[in-house]
Write a protein that binds this ligand. Sequence first.
Ligand code: NAP
Length: 270
Amino acid sequence: MMHAALNDPTPVVFITGASAGFGAAIARRFAGLGARLVLAARRYERLEALAAELTGGGAGSSPGGGRAAAVHLVRLDVRDRGAVDRAIAELPPELSEVSVLVNNAGGALGLSPAQTADPDDWEQMVDTNIKGLLHCTRALLPGMVARDRGHIINIGSVAAETPYPGSNVYGACKAFVAQFSLNLRADLLGSRVRVTDIEPGMAETEFSLVRFKGDQERAAAVYQGVKPLSAEDVAEAVVWCATLPEHVNVNRLELMPVMQAFAGFAVKRA
Ligand SMILES: NC(=O)c1ccc[n+]([C@@H]2O[C@H](COP(=O)([O-])OP(=O)(O)OC[C@H]3O[C@@H](n4cnc5c(N)ncnc54)[C@H](OP(=O)(O)O)[C@@H]3O)[C@@H](O)[C@H]2O)c1
């Protein structure tokens, strides 16, 4: 069993998309280590329920046994740059020095080929997975650089590295995340701010339900007969990267369920 220890005993961890899936699991995992949390998402009531769990202890409390040292909730749509800037400017003073940003908010919409995909879906994926991540990063990075301490953990995807039919804009957004993460490393040389891109494969969360716009049957079929990654598996990877000694930077970490692999090149024969 891993005994993760935080370099800063009560870091402020800012997690976007904390109302479900990976984000909620990452919040639970950091809470278990006694971190202070800023949890952001659009569904505020979900955040409230999570905060009650993370500060109350008892049944369902955080893995690791601890409680979050503090929890601040933000109703936030990461696509709105002004709202992101305001949320960060208005953080309570004791939570304003964010040391870990987990850019997790995002997802896929649709699985249609490019020629029939909905352009509104494309725009929303770009706005969330790319622009939302940029808004949060740009707002929090100056403080991290000034304090010479921090960690930006971006949630990418195996879709960044491996094309599959219907992944078109989603995969391209995550490829942006992969390259932007590396480019940040280049800019940040000389500071102690770390940047990591975590690239999960198939994981069971609300991801497919969102992709298929509430179609439960289609979403469930994605995971049928497979043991996918869990949100907790991904949270474990995030916390591992964040708790390595401060001189160690994981640039990119790709993880998949054992039951998922590569199909090779597709060839259409006449
Ligand atoms: N599950 C997978 O198979 C998988 C694999 C690789 C990568 N990923 C990536 O992992 C990340 C988390 O996905 P998940 O699997 O945990 O999916 P999920 O269960 O659907 O959770 C997505 C989270 O993102 C938030 N979100 C979406 N749009 C937002 C916006 N505009 N502003 C603020 N928050 C927003 C949602 O909160 P609200 O709706 O409350 O705002 C929710 O908390 C995503 O970036 C996804 O692309 C997922």
